[in-house]
Design a protein. Structure first.
Length: 567
């Protein structure tokens, strides 16, 4: 009969369910899934797989999970693969299904935490592709605080039509162009057919690639791994290496909260600004930080944005995609560039057991980088592209992304919509004019519920030729693929009585990204009068959306669902 007769420090957690006579039934069940006597002495590593056939971002992750298992077991660990959910932002975009997208981040975090603690894993490798997988896994790692490594499933390669690269945002914008008569039926269909040529996450500096780069900068994934394409040998090797790395972390006792420091989050924000990343990075990095007990706020984004130049000419506002950055040196090259220029805290520890400086000081210098990554002497913008605005419409803050914009100011009459669908219908029906400021409300974390991304209307505006001449504000959020004079995360949101709830058709609204102002041009007395007559809308959803609406915090606090962590 099997008995554990010695204390193995590297499997302290898993030995709770594998050691001693009392745990013979536990071991019996584990034998049925591949354990033998020798495995009960080994550290047990959970491999959280977000594999799913519902989205190209995650359709290959089962293969990566097997590679991670191979890595763990090659260095005398024992791995167990388990699943968690994903939803596809791109497929659910513009529908009721998108209400579940941000909610899925919390479900993923909860499920990874639940399995990892129930099974008493000694370590964790988590593999994510689509936008919410990544922060969901990092939130779980922060809660668990067991040795952990994150692996990004990798970017998709661009499609090509008529000699031009196309991607998912190309087809979203083609909807507006086709509706405006600027794109014929054949080209419209062919862009749809060529936009997503294989597996991997959306290819520009959209939310998935933004968060992959940010997580690498945090030190929670291996150096250079964020830019390796999903269907590449490099990505497979990343994942094997991650499996090996987590055993070293267990041996050294290095845990996520040792890595997730305030300086590490500042490094992540620097990289987001330099690469021109998604506005969703605010939500996700703040959520991860608060879970880890780190005091991070939108003020930190504001502070860092003012000193870090925007260097990367990447979509949606630029020309290139992540696969192009990979070709010239990838995220490792970007990290070295920023390190050499003094923008990064070089002493932050990472999942390699080494510091940021040790990881990147000998990384290859970016080749041909003046096309894709501009020089510090000639940046795309001297400051970061994510700008925090405040004013009577957003006393708790909101965010605009100004990369690629020639015009960052507008004052115009409000066109008010109670949902994303209403707004999209108005755009496609030619009811929006140059100079208007669109207001989409009741799309916040509580009001949506779920804080949908407004990619369909913002892409339609670009396709209709109104991207530079119309403003848009919302208490919802934006896809990383959105660009234009748009402002999201308006806080307080409409559902909790923010001033956005009482904007009237024709009210004058000012968006000024240079002065960082968002104002409804009415008197304070008029604002108070309107708000005194306002009542919140009843929640019409049941199940997970109702639970979410009741527990979620504001966008400025990361839209997390465990608000006690704010204390």
């Amino acid at each position: 009969m099997y008995k554990l007769v010695m204390q193995i420090k590297f499997n302290e957690r898993s030995s709770r369910i594998t050691a001693g006579d009392k745990r013979a039934p536990n071991r019996a069940m584990l034998r049925a899934v591949g354990f033998d006597d020798s495995d009960f002495d080994k550290p047990v590593v959970g491999v959280a797989s977000t594999w799913s056939e519902i989205t190209p971002c995650n359709a290959h992750i089962n293969k990566l999970a097997e590679a991670a298992k191979k890595g763990v077991e090659s260095v005398d660990g024992k791995a167990q693969i388990f699943g968690t959910i994903t939803v596809s932002d791109g497929i659910s975009m513009g529908t009721e299904g998108m209400k579940y997208s941000l909610v899925s981040r919390e479900v993923i975090a909860d499920s990874v935490e639940t399995v990892s603690n129930a099974q008493s894993f000694d370590g964790l490798v988590a593999i994510g592709g689509c936008d919410k997988n990544m922060p969901g896994c990092l939130i779980a790692m922060a809660r668990l605080n067991i040795p952990s490594v994150f692996v990004y499933g990798g970017t998709i390669l661009p499609g090509n039509y008529n000699g031009k690269d196309v991607d998912i945002v190309s087809i979203f914008e083609a909807v507006g162009k086709h509706n405006a008569g600027k794109l014929n039926e054949k080209d419209f269909h062919e862009i749809e057919c060529h936009a997503c040529p294989g597996h991997g996450s959306c290819g520009g500096m959209y939310t998935a690639n933004t968060m992959a780069a940010a997580i690498e900068a945090l030190g929670m994934s291996l150096p250079g791994s964020a830019s390796n394409p999903g269907e590449s040998e490099d990505k497979k090797n990343d994942t094997i290496a991650a499996g090996k790395a987590v055993l070293k972390l267990i041996e050294n006792g290095l845990k996520p909260k040792d890595i997730l420091t305030k300086k590490a989050f500042e490094n992540a924000i620097v990289v987001v600004m330099a690469l021109g990343g998604s506005t969703n990075s605010l939500l996700h990095l703040i959520a991860i930080a608060k879970t880890a007990g780190v005091d991070l706020s939108i003020n930190d984004f504001d502070r860092i944005s003012k000193k870090v130049p925007h260097l990367a000419d990447l979509k949606p506002s630029g020309k290139y995609v992540m696969a192009d950055l990979y070709r010239v040196g990838g995220t490792a090259g970007v990290m070295r560039l920023l390190l050499d220029a003094g923008f990064l805290h070089k002493d932050c520890i990472t999942v390699t057991g080494k510091t940021i400086e040790e990881n990147y000081k000998n990384a290859n210098v970016l080749s041909d980088h003046n096309e894709i990554i501009k020089s510090f002497e000639n940046p795309l913008k001297k400051t970061g592209p994510l700008v925090i605005l405040r004013g009577n419409l957003a006393p708790d803050g909101c965010v605009a992304k100004v990369s690629g914009l020639k015009k960052t100011f507008i004052t115009g009459p409000a066109k008010v919509f109670e949902s994303e669908e209403e707004c999209l219908d108005a755009i496609l029906s030619k009811k929006i004019n140059a100079g208007d400021v669109i207001v989409i409300r009741y799309e916040g974390p509580k009001g949506g519920p779920g804080m949908r991304e407004m990619l369909a209307p913002t892409s339609a505006l670009v396709g209709e030729g109104l991207g530079e001449s119309v403003g848009l504000i919302t208490d919802g959020r934006f896809s990383g693929g959105t660009h234009g004079l748009v402002v999201g995360h308006v806080c307080p949101e409409a559902q909790v009585g923010g001033l956005i709830a009482v904007v009237k058709e024709g009210d004058q609204i000012t968006i000024d990204a240079e002065k960082q102002v968002l104002e409804l041009e009415i008197s304070e007395d008029e604002a108070k009068k309107r708000l005194s007559l306002w009542k919140p809308k009843p929640l019409k959803y049941k199940g997970v959306l109702r639970k979410y609406a009741r527990s979620v915090t504001s966008a400025s606090n990361g839209a997390i669902t465990d608000p006690d962590d704010l204390s």
